[in-house]
Design a protein around this ligand. Structure first.
Ligand code: IMP
Ligand code: MG
Length: 181
C-alpha cells in the first residue's frame, strides 16, 4: 500500500467485479435504446473506460469537465463547466458516469443543465456514494459502493490531482490534507 494511505476500502479485484456487475445490469436495461454515456472528468475517467467495455450495446459516449472542489476536500457548492459536451444529446438516453456523489451539488447542477437539452432520459451511475454529506436530493440509479464520510482516493479519484492512478480505492491519511493551508 502507498505510504499516504490509511486503509484500502476496495481492491482492484473488488472494483473489477462490481464494474462487471454494473455493466451487465446496464446492458439489460438499455437494450434497444439509444444509449449515450457521459463521463464526468476527471475523476470518472478510469471507471468510464472500464465500465464501457462491460456494456454489450452499440452506445456512444462523450465527456464533460466540471469543477467544484479546487484543492480542498470540501465542496464549494459552486459548479463551473470547464469542458462541455461535443455531441448533441437530443433524443438520446443519457447515463451520467460519476466517480463519487458527496454533497450531490455537482450532479444536481449537471442534471438541470442537461435536462434543457432534449434528451429522452437522464440517469446516474456512480461508483461510490457518500450519502452522509448530502445537501441536494440526488439518488444514483446504478451504484457501486456506499462509503462512510471519509476522503478517498485512487481509481480516478484525486487529492490535489494526485493518486488518480492507484488501482485500488483507499482512505487518505488525514495529515496529508490537514497540513495543506
Ligand atoms: P459533490 O458535488 O459534493 O457531490 O462532489 C462530487 C465531486 O467531488 C466528485 O465528483 C469528486 O470529484 C469530488 N469528491 C467528493 N468526495 C471525494 C472524495 O472522497 N475523494 C475524492 N474526490 C471527492
Ligand atoms: Mg468528479
Amino acid at each position: 500500500m502507498h505510504q499516504d494511505m490509511k486503509e484500502v476500502l476496495f481492491t482492484k479485484e473488488q472494483i473489477h467485479n462490481k464494474v462487471k456487475e454494473l455493466g451487465k445490469k446496464i446492458t439489460e436495461d438499455y437494450k434497444d435504446k439509444d444509449l449515450m454515456l457521459i463521463c464526468i472528468l476527471k475523476g470518472s475517467f478510469i471507471f468510464m473506460s472500464d465500465l464501457c467495455k462491460e456494456i454489450d450495446l452499440p452506445l456512444t459516449l462523450d465527456f464533460m469537465a466540471v469543477s467544484s472542489y479546487g484543492n480542498s476536500t470540501q465542496s464549494s457548492g459552486v459548479v463551473r463547466i470547464i469542458k462541455d459536451l461535443e455531441e448533441n444529446i437530443e433524443g438520446k438516453h443519457i447515463l451520467i458516469i460519476e466517480d463519487i456523489i458527496d454533497t450531490g451539488l455537482t450532479l444536481s447542477y449537471l442534471i438541470n443543465n442537461l435536462k434543457s437539452r432534449g434528451s429522452k432520459s437522464i440517469k446516474i451511475c456512480t461508483l461510490l456514494d457518500k450519502p452522509e454529506r448530502r445537501k441536494s436530493q440526488v439518488k444514483p440509479d446504478y451504484l457501486g459502493f456506499t462509503i462512510p464520510d471519509k476522503f478517498v482516493v485512487g481509481y480516478g479519484l484525486d487529492y490535489a490531482e494526485k493518486y488518480r492512478n492507484l488501482p485500488f480505492i483507499s482512505v487518505l491519511k488525514e495529515d496529508i490534507y490537514k497540513k495543506t493551508p
